[in-house]
Design a protein around this ligand. Structure first.
Ligand SMILES: [Zn+2]
Length: 126
């Protein structure tokens, strides 16, 4: 009986911890970095391969004359980013439509959870 009741619970929405300090992201792929201890230098990358690729890109940029902090995305990466932004907009428009149609809190919550998920995916750049 208890299990059946739990199944009807809405899926938990993962909220940004703390909210105050924005989460930190890998300087290469944009993945969220784990909340680290405050020992030593702060991490900028989620792993060695991201650190290496960022270093290679930096070196290439220095040769190209572009500013060192330039963000260079390939056509494919930009297209994928635009796809995901479009999905985010659709999810937001779904909420507006549902609200206009008098959707109840539970349904709105489900749609908002969908936006939160889409936005979280977008934090990952590559
Ligand atoms: Zn990374």
């Amino acid at each position: 009986m208890r299990e059946a009741a739990e199944l009807t619970q809405p899926a938990p929405v993962e909220l940004v911890p703390g909210r105050r300090g924005a989460p930190r992201h890998c300087g290469w792929c944009g993945r969220r970095l784990p909340e680290g201890g405050n020992v030593g230098r702060r991490r900028r990358y989620c792993g060695q391969s991201c650190r290496q690729r960022a270093y290679e890109r930096r070196t290439a940029l220095q040769r190209s004359g572009l500013p060192e902090d330039a963000v260079v995305l390939s056509d494919t990466e930009v297209a994928a980013l635009q796809d995901r932004l479009f999905q985010l907009r659709c999810a937001a428009e779904d909420i507006v439509t549902a609200a206009d149609d008098g959707a109840d809190t539970r349904e709105l919550r489900g749609l908002a959870a969908e936006i939160a998920r889409a936005a979280k995916d977008l934090e990952q750049l590559r």
